[in-house]
Design a protein around this ligand. Sequence first.
Ligand code: CMP
Length: 135
Amino acid sequence: MSNVRTLLIVKPDAVERHLIGEIIHRLERARFRVVDMKMVHLTYDQARKFYAVHEGRPFLDELCKFMSGGPIVPMIVESDGDTISGIRALIGATDPAKAAPGTVRHDLAVSLTKNSVHASDGEATAKTEIAFFFS
Ligand code: CMP
């Protein structure tokens, strides 16, 4: 078993469209394990803190309004393989218009902001992002 875990978030657009189960089903079908999860409703300031790496980017305000606009479902995911790159392959490119068919974002997402899921982009980020939601 790989001991590298990553954070995946089901974003408000997917929660609102009843896609939590669909997204977890895709993870489990691909042999990922959900080891912890919860539903939270971030404040705008908490969203800014979570996305602090994007400080100064033009899309940050819209992103944080969206991420604090409804409940989200952060979860810790692990697998027997390379969890971080495996999850990123499963969810597809950030922009759903560029995501490959069969990926979560291609099949389910609405737009670049409402792209249904977030996943950590590396081991260090995964540790920080997991700690943000799961103390
Ligand atoms: P996510 O994986 O949550 O990481 C940052 C988010 O910013 C990204 O998904 C998108 O939803 C959002 N975003 C909006 N515009 C852009 C952009 N131009 N480049 C990257 N991310 C963007």
